[in-house]
Design a protein around this ligand. Structure first.
Ligand SMILES: NC(=O)c1ccc[n+]([C@@H]2O[C@H](COP(=O)([O-])OP(=O)(O)OC[C@H]3O[C@@H](n4cnc5c(N)ncnc54)[C@H](OP(=O)(O)O)[C@@H]3O)[C@@H](O)[C@H]2O)c1
Length: 323
């Protein structure tokens, strides 16, 4: 495993981190299997774990706390997220600080998340939704600075809404945040336009989330794939999205040759972007942990394949099913 600097903090984090949404929210999860998989990741050098209150209303935070407790001799970086007060994902332009992150709500949920995890502090506290316009109301950042000074967390981050990498650039430039979490993968290359250069200039750490486009970049989805009712993916991969996504993913398959798998190609593509601090694939299965972590040692793809994959950029706009 290789390690990268996390923005202006003095942290060195594993370039393959761990996404903890699926294990607490998607159907087909098994807590014992998830714990075994996370423990294997720790053994293989993974040090960055991303959770949120919103992942099973604290369930995923609880699993992360357990992982930290059974590894007292390891430095594991813990990142969680505050839910918006109106519990609406994503935010839209009309929502205000009062609707989403008034100071009393921030304080309550920092306490709730710490309690869920059974930890004294988190390394990173992120806003789970974001609007750059909220910077005009300084109450939310003042509260974060106050809680950080109390040692309840050590760095502040934002998680940018799907397909809106522009809506976070002002936060990066403000100097008030230490990290951004953004969707970055073979399809979603648009953070490279403005967001990543700003992060580089202002020494803000970058967490690349959804590296497999919620599963399609593993090459395993077909137009016939279905999910059980209640699984979030059944409301995201509606026919309109599933059909075009599978077509885009299928168009990539010929690029994965010489024994390389689609998931390996997807992660090694992201490793080629030096501004990214860590990539957080969602993982519940042991063999996914092992193969995903191995991509760090394999390193970024060669320049010919990178150039070929850059042509598969697919710019999308938020819509009613994109969430
Ligand atoms: N708004 C936000 O802040 C936000 C939104 C979405 C996600 N996130 C964060 O980003 C993380 C990653 O995103 P995600 O989990 O939604 O999507 P993702 O990482 O793009 O895809 C996860 C899916 O890929 C599968 N997978 C992983 N490795 C694989 C491999 N080697 N071969 C085949 N399949 C593989 C997983 O299976 P298994 O689970 O069965 O192993 C899971 O079904 C989340 O867990 C969460 O921490 C944040």
């Amino acid at each position: 495993m290789k390690y990268r600097k996390f923005g202006r903090t003095n942290w060195e984090v594993s370039e393959i981190g761990y996404g903890m949404w699926g294990m607490a929210g998607w159907t087909g999860s098994d807590d014992e299997e998830s714990m075994r998989s996370m423990q294997r990741a720790v053994e293989l050098g993974c040090t960055f774990f991303d959770t949120a209150w919103g992942y099973g209303e604290g369930k995923s935070e609880g699993l992360l706390g357990n992982l930290v407790r059974v590894n007292p001799d390891k430095k594991l970086y813990t990142a969680t997220k505050l839910p918006p007060k109106n519990f609406k994902w994503p935010s839209i332009r009309e929502y205000t600080v009062e609707d989403c992150y008034p100071p009393d709500h921030i304080e309550s949920y920092v306490e709730i998340s710490l309690k869920n995890a059974g930890l004294d502090s988190f390394d990173l506290m992120q806003f789970h939704t974001w609007e750059d316009a909220w910077l005009e109301d300084d109450r939310m950042m003042n509260k974060m600075i106050e809680l950080k000074a109390q040692g309840l967390f050590h760095a502040i981050g934002i998680s940018i809404n799907r397909w809106e990498p522009w809506n976070g650039v002002e936060a990066v430039k403000s100097g008030l945040i230490d990290s951004v979490q953004v969707i970055y993968n073979i399809f979603d290359q648009n953070p490279k336009d403005v967001l990543l250069p700003a992060c580089l200039a202002h020494q803000v750490g970058v967490i690349a989330r959804v590296p497999f486009d919620e599963g399609s970049l593993t090459g395993l989805l077909t137009k016939e794939t279905t999910w059980p009712e209640g699984d979030w993916r059944s409301t995201y991969f509606v026919p309109e999205n599933l059909n075009s996504t599978v077509e885009h993913a299928d168009a990539l398959k010929p690029s994965a040759h010489n024994g390389m798998t689609m998931p390996e190609m997807a992660l090694r593509f992201i490793l080629g972007e030096p501004t990214i601090s860590t990539i957080i694939p969602g993982m519940r299965k042991l063999h996914h942990v092992e193969s995903n972590i191995a991509t760090s040692d394999a390193g970024p793809l060669d320049s010919t394949l990178m150039a070929e994959l850059e042509k598969h950029r697919w710019d999308r706009e938020p819509t009613e099913w994109s969430q």
